[in-house]
Design a protein around this ligand. Structure first.
Ligand SMILES: [Zn+2]
Ligand SMILES: [Zn+2]
Length: 339
């Protein structure tokens, strides 16, 4: 079968490797769609904890093509989305609902062979059913939405909260919708690309601003100098993260959602955190939140079509990961199989 493989930092190619065979408790899927995520750029650039060579790709949907021994409740031909989280289920952290901090944590496509491939092998317990009325394109968004669900759980939104989001990419677009459904009073989104801001306005943002020299005045005017109750970064860009503290009001929750480089550093005043009663929150991947994301998508409560920019083939992946995203590019899905 054909797979995309990262062979060294900033180098990748399509290769032929043997078909995977499911072991006990596993399934093999014919991959339908696999999303390309910000993390894939980090992995490609050698900026993430991944071993090379690696077949990456962790946001995927597919159809079951083979089942290993001891797998109940599934049949060949069933349509699924897959939680890529590899967790043991019995270590200290797994037992405290911290699967994203499992002692043996890994993720399909980040630490083991992923879904930028015609076929992929997965633990059966990681598969989640895609309903008949859903498309497999939409189902490929379950993984990023499951990350957003975990972030929103951590935020504990209070009705009437005023929210500021930096970054109108696919995660910003999903967060905008989730927080729009959470009884927020204001949902302001900032980005450097006008076209992306147009899309988040369609998805429920109440105001959008270009990140430029007037931003501080614009945001302070909008909040009458009070700042926001929730400030979220979805860019992973250190200067943006450092700058967002300026817009946090008293008792604000400040969430780092975007994945920054492990080497990045920012400077903040501890006095401000104390004096403003701030809460600083991270949100790492998925923590048993995949079924919630499936339910939200199946119910049509979260729209993903406006976030889909294009569908590419396996041979285009190296080109996509090797250049910066264009101004209008949101989510690219890869379709590894021709049929
Ligand atoms: Zn991702
Ligand atoms: Zn564990």
């Amino acid at each position: 079968m054909r797979v995309f493989t990262i062979t060294a930092p900033n180098q990748g190619e399509v290769r032929e490797i043997p078909m995977p065979v499911p072991g006990p408790g596993e399934a093999v899927l014919k991959v339908a769609y696999c999303g390309i995520c910000g993390t894939d750029y980090h992995i490609y650039q050698g900026d993430f904890l991944s071993p090379y060579p690696l077949v990456n790709g962790h946001e995927f949907s597919g159809v079951i093509s083979a089942l290993g021994d001891g797998v109940d409740g599934w049949q060949e031909g069933d349509r699924v989305a897959v939680d890529p989280t590899l967790y043991c289920g019995h270590c200290y952290h797994c037992l405290r609902r911290q699967a994203n901090h499992c002692d043996h944590w890994g993720a399909i496509g980040d630490t083991t062979t992923g879904a930028l491939a015609e076929y992929v092998r997965v633990p059966a317990r990681n598969m989640f059913r895609v309903e008949d009325h859903e498309t497999l394109e939409e189902a490929a968004f379950t993984e990023p939405l499951a990350c957003v669900v975990w972030g929103v759980e951590r935020l504990r939104v209070v009705p009437g909260n005023r929210v500021l989001i930096f970054g109108a990419g696919p995660i910003g677009g999903l967060l905008t919708q989730m927080l729009n459904l959470s009884c927020t009073a204001d949902l302001t989104v900032v980005d450097v690309q006008d076209e992306k801001l147009r899309v988040v306005r369609e998805l429920g943002a109440t105001a959008t601003f270009i990140n430029g020299p007037d931003l501080k005045t614009q945001l302070m005017d909008r909040t009458r100098g009070r700042g926001y109750d929730i400030v979220l970064d979805c860019t992973g860009v250190a200067p943006v993260i450092e700058g967002m503290f300026e817009y946090a009001g008293p008792n604000a929750k400040i969430m780092f959602f975007g994945v920054a480089s492990p080497k990045a550093r920012i400077s903040i005043a501890p006095f401000d955190v104390y004096h403003q009663d701030w809460e600083i929150l991270g949100s790492m991947a998925i923590n048993y939140t995949f079924q919630q994301a499936r339910d939200l998508l199946a119910a049509g409560r979260i729209k993903v079509k406006p976030l889909l920019t294009r569908i590419a083939g396996l041979e285009e992946v190296a080109g996509i990961l090797g250049r910066p995203k264009t101004a209008t590019e949101l989510k690219t899905l890869v379709r590894p199989n021709a049929d």
